[in-house]
Write a new protein. Structure first.
Length: 226
């Protein structure tokens, strides 16, 4: 039996065509959602044949997945790099915790507060509300690895901070930064407000981390508070 022939490249195929499809798909999926966005609408705006979606991504869900993954991969690596940069030369210095949290926070919110931030937030929120991907996709791809790395960094710069408290503090900090990203909408996103909120979040988390580390230091090996 003759093996099925691989699909031929569509007219105008190339990296540029693939990127146009991803750019248009991201915008339309963010604006309309998965169900209300058609392949024909995407390909028309991207200046590609309908067959281009099948050739590059297999189907509509494949295009949707690729559009989200492209953004997730970049954001995750930026955040992990920020953690590595902030802890590369830090031991248990007095300001190590504050420097870590401030640098990480700035990198965390940057891509969600720039010109395309509203579109990116809309895309992610639609996936959370009406998921099309496997359960836990966003958590496994971005939240879990970033929170784990941040927890390890917090423990490194905070003497006495236990692994459970470190993870809880990391989760809390990431959740607060996620809320900051919503402030770009409406009056709460006015100039200076977001910076002030980020400063508060950094100080709030730093105080919480220090309190958790101090509490752990007061607990004896038998689990009794000294």
């Amino acid at each position: 039996m003759t093996a099925p022939r691989a699909p031929s490249p569509p007219t105008g195929a190339g990296d540029a065509a693939r990127e146009r499809l991803l750019d248009v798909a991201e915008r339309q999926f963010a604006e309309r959602g998965f169900a209300e966005t058609s392949i024909r609408s995407i390909t028309t705006d991207a200046g590609c044949n309908v067959s281009a979606v099948s050739y590059y991504f297999g189907n509509k869900l494949g295009l949707y997945t690729a559009a989200i993954r492209r953004r997730l991969d970049g954001i995750r690596e930026q955040r992990l790099l920020a953690i590595r940069e902030a802890t590369a030369d830090l031991d248990e210095t007095a300001d190590g915790l504050d420097r870590l949290l401030r640098h990480f926070s700035g990198v965390f919110v940057a891509p969600l507060l720039d010109e395309g931030g509203a579109q990116l937030m809309s895309l992610f929120l639609r996936e959370f509300v009406t998921p099309q991907l496997d359960p836990g996709f966003l958590i496994d791809e971005i939240l879990e690895p970033v929170e784990r790395a941040l927890a390890e960094a917090l423990a490194k710069v905070s003497p006495g901070l236990g692994p459970i408290d470190a993870r809880l503090c990391a989760m809390s900090h990431v959740a607060q930064l996620g809320h900051v990203c919503h402030l770009r909408e409406g009056n709460q996103g006015a100039a200076g407000v977001i910076d002030a909120v980020i400063d508060h979040v950094v100080r709030f988390t730093a105080d919480g981390v220090r309190a958790a580390a101090a509490r752990s230091a007061r607990v004896t090996p038998a689990g009794e508070v000294s």
